[in-house]
Design a protein around this ligand. Structure first.
Ligand code: C2E
Ligand code: MG
Ligand code: MG
Length: 553
């Protein structure tokens, strides 16, 4: 096609202005060109008006990838004579000579001959009226863009048209969308959502119903014939919809394949939601396919949530203690408080099952407050009975350290039970978001608590944490110990970790010590404190007392 001159663009804008800012054109399919356009504009351009628009710089460039998909569909429709009589799309386009982009619509109506073949396209481009803008803003900002019932019907109809194809429900949201609003402003957040919505309206064909479900959650349903085709579609969506205006965000996809066609479409949508939510916080993966196991997991999580409050009231949570030993003397030098849930029907539930759920729903603070108090009571009990106490370390979860006054709470407990502060130690896991933890640890230390860095060697920023925070004790993680013990290189790393921590004045303890060989190796490297099944599992308080009396006296 010929060059687009500045004059052409001006002309285009002028036509819009003159014809009440609406451009009509008639595109003759046989001739492959515009025959009338309210002016000779497209005669000048001599070619496809869509190419003109695309190449003119009149469309906001963020919309171009999706617009290309739209024009390809339009052309394909013209060539293949699609069933529908019209297509419409929302665009950001320049409607005024001074060049601000505004929201508008592009509508195409097909004219057909007696054999139902498309012979011409009547196109209209115009900016939205104020009322349309208003309606649209209300819709995109506060509710779904499509009535869910209409969407459900569209999906049902589409599935009926594809009895033999596979059908996928693709749902996605913007990870940490709240952060977008915080970092770039609420308007930018709205604009991003509108962009995704508009792009979907261009990308999805009439056989791919889509809908905005809630704030930042979108769903599209599509027929497909091979896994590659489906993955390819998801990757294309991802690349077209990310990077809007240079913002940094990630899309998270949950996909449910409608294997059982007798199920209600809503159920497939729910499955896609479950798959999407299963990804939360997974840094490596952003596409998840639904499987039956996820539903079981979710059920489990829901029963845990249903039961937890009554469990606390009904004293189903108990504090177990796992002794810490001196490898050289064999004496008990401390204990870690670990929560156990004794469920009346299900028996003992492991913290691995309920702690992550409680961390998500906030209940972990209630549980921890209970454990902290149990630990203080236990120390008081030893003192009252004339037993020489050992320090008990309690776990502090990262979830609340920045929002809840842990130090204040613990200080009150220490006063309430009138125990020396040296007997209550605090374990915090090293973490990726170390920044907030640095200050918290500082506060706890200056209040007089002994701080243990839990699970050292399991995470991302161990060395960084060592540099910036003021822990007293480093706890070597169980997996770090067992995996690194396997090779001579690994053993060197453990050995140097131990001497390095001693060099910077940190005490060290190894957790998850399961064999005599591990204990001997640690001792050889200069680490004398150990906690693990080789010495003892976590036990009830009564049993701990028996061990304490047997070993330490
Ligand atoms: P953690 O704080 O690192 O606790 C050590 C875990 O390792 C405990 O698992 C303990 O039973 C286990 N363990 C100790 N020695 C060995 C060993 O030799 N071999 C093996 N295989 N495991 C060993 P547990 O009690 O299941 O707790 C798991 C995690 O749940 C804890 O890891 C902690 O992060 C969390 N947790 C447990 N109780 C509480 C609690 O009251 N509050 C909070 N916030 N978290 C808790
Ligand atoms: Mg711990
Ligand atoms: Mg640990």
């Amino acid at each position: 096609m010929s060059e687009i001159t500045e004059k052409d663009k001006e002309l285009f804008v002028k036509i819009l202005d003159r014809d009440k800012r609406t451009l009509h054109f008639l595109w003759d399919c046989a001739e492959g060109r515009v025959v009338t356009a309210g002016s000779s504009l497209f005669e000048n351009v001599k070619g496809d008006p869509l190419d003109f628009l695309r190449d003119s710089g009149l469309i906001d460039e963020q919309y171009l990838p999706a617009f290309s998909v739209f024009t390809a569909r339009l052309e394909e429709g013209i060539l293949s004579g699609i069933d529908r009589n019209s297509l419409s799309v929302e665009l950001k386009i320049k409607f005024t000579p001074d060049g601000d982009f505004a929201m508008g619509g592009f509508y195409a109506h097909f004219l057909r001959d007696e054999n139902n073949r498309i012979t011409a396209v009547h196109g209209t481009i115009r900016p939205y009226s104020q009322k349309e803008m208003f309606d649209r803003n209300i819709l995109t900002t506060f509710s779904s863009d499509k009535d869910p019932q209409i969407f459900g019907k569209e999906v049902g109809d589409m599935m009926a048209r594809h009895p033999d194809d596979e059908i996928a429900f693709i749902q996605f949201d913007i990870e940490r969308f709240k952060m977008i609003n915080e970092n770039y402003g609420v308007e930018a957040g709205d604009e991003l959502l509108a962009f995704i919505n508009d792009s979907l309206s261009m990308i999805c064909n009439e056989d791919q119903p889509f809908c905005r479900l809630t704030a930042d959650v979108f769903m599209m349903v599509t027929a497909y014939s091979s896994d590659e085709e489906l993955l390819d579609l998801i990757h294309r969506l991802e690349s077209m919809l990310t990077g809007f205006k240079g913002m940094e965000y990630r899309l998270i996809f949950g996909v449910a394949i409608a294997e059982d066609r007798t199920l209600h479409t809503r159920r497939h949508g729910d499955n896609a939601t479950i798959a999407r939510q299963s990804i939360k916080g997974n840094a490596l993966n952003n596409i998840s396919f639904f499987n039956g196991r996820m539903r079981t997991e979710l059920k489990k999580k829901q029963t845990i949530e249903d039961d937890m409050k009554s469990a606390l009231l009904g004293n189903q949570f108990v504090m177990f203690l796992q002794p810490k030993f001196s490898i050289s003397t064999g004496r008990i030098i401390g204990a870690e408080a670990l929560a156990r849930w004794i469920h009346p029907e299900k028996g003992m539930i492991s913290p691995a099952e309920f702690v992550p759920v409680f961390e998500q729903n906030g209940f972990i603070l209630k549980l921890d407050q209970f454990i902290w108090e149990s630990a203080c009571k236990k120390i008081r009990d030893w003192i009252d009975r004339g037993i020489q106490p050992v320090p008990i370390s309690v776990n502090i979860s990262r979830e609340y350290v920045r929002t809840f006054d842990v130090v204040g709470w613990l200080t009150k407990l220490i006063q309430k039970y009138d125990i020396p502060i040296k007997y209550l130690e605090l374990e915090i896991t090293e973490s990726v978001d170390a920044e907030g933890v640095v200050d918290v640890v500082k506060n706890m230390k200056s209040a007089g608590f002994t701080m243990l860095m839990d699970d050292f060697g399991s995470g991302y920023s161990s060395l960084n944490m060592l540099k910036t925070t003021q822990f007293d004790v480093l706890k070597i993680d169980r997996a770090f110990l067992s995996e690194f013990m396997e090779s001579s290189r690994g053993r060197k790393i453990i050995s140097h970790t131990i001497s390095m921590s001693q060099d910077i004045g940190l005490d060290i303890i190894a957790e998850g010590v399961e064999t005599q060989e591990q204990a001997q190796f640690l001792s050889h490297c200069g680490c004398d404190a150990a906690q693990g099944f080789y010495y003892s599992k976590p036990v009830t308080q009564e049993e701990f007392d028996r061990k304490l009396l047997a070993v330490n006296t």
